[in-house]
Design a protein around this ligand. Structure first.
Ligand code: NAP
Length: 164
């Protein structure tokens, strides 16, 4: 595991990125785990069916692509109150429209209920945005049952830091 200095930032020698040996070690673990995961999970249904979640309030970061999008879709179709915490709010609203359309199309009931879902702006590269998000949420005095910190990037590039 990488060591860090007292202030939590990487030591000077780590700023250049991974050594070639570390890179190869990481790559071999990744390949092994991907292979192993496929074998051990092949009996599972995909996606796994969720129980009804209508009593849950869930905040999910990074809900508009990749893993987050699948999580968002499954949670909202299972009835959770989903808060999409997203920097690109238009992309989130487009998804909600698409999902509501899908739901009304597949429902036999003419007045299918709209999904219980909302969008709140959050840019995790700005602490100002994080604080604003928290203040907006706290002002409602509603609980959070589940917080899914999904947003992020998966990158082999050297670690870098936000301006904050
Ligand atoms: N995919 C993998 O194999 C893998 C493996 C291990 C871990 N992970 C982790 O799993 C998580 C999701 O991965 P993924 O492959 O699904 O990633 P992805 O498709 O790139 O999605 C990342 C999500 O994070 C959001 N995001 C990025 N920067 C943000 C910021 N500054 N503020 C707010 N939201 C931001 C993106 O929003 P925009 O679309 O608006 O940019 C997007 O919705 C990441 O944390 C990743 O490190 C993934």
């Amino acid at each position: 595991m990488a060591s860090s200095s007292q202030n939590g930032l990487p030591n000077q020698e780590q700023k250049g990125g991974l050594s070639f040996v570390d890179f190869l070690r990481g790559l071999s673990i990744l390949i092994y785990e991907s292979f192993f995961e496929k074998i051990t999970s092949r009996h599972l249904k995909s996606p796994l069916p969720l129980p009804p979640l209508s009593d849950l309030i869930v905040i999910l970061t990074g809900p508009t692509s990749g893993i987050g999008l699948e999580i968002a879709r499954n949670l909202t179709f299972s009835g959770a109150h989903l808060v999409m915490a997203e920097k690109n709010t238009k992309a989130a609203h487009d998804l909600i429209n698409q999902w509501n359309h899908e739901r009304s199309y597949s429902s036999s009931d003419n007045e299918a209920k709209l999904l219980d879902i909302e969008v709140m702006k959050l840019d995790l590269l700005s602490l100002q945005s994080v604080v604003k998000f928290a203040q907006q949420w706290n002002s409602r005095s509603r609980p959070v049952n589940v917080l899914i910190n999904n947003a992020g990037i998966y990158s082999m590039k050297p670690q870098s830091f936000s301006e904050d």
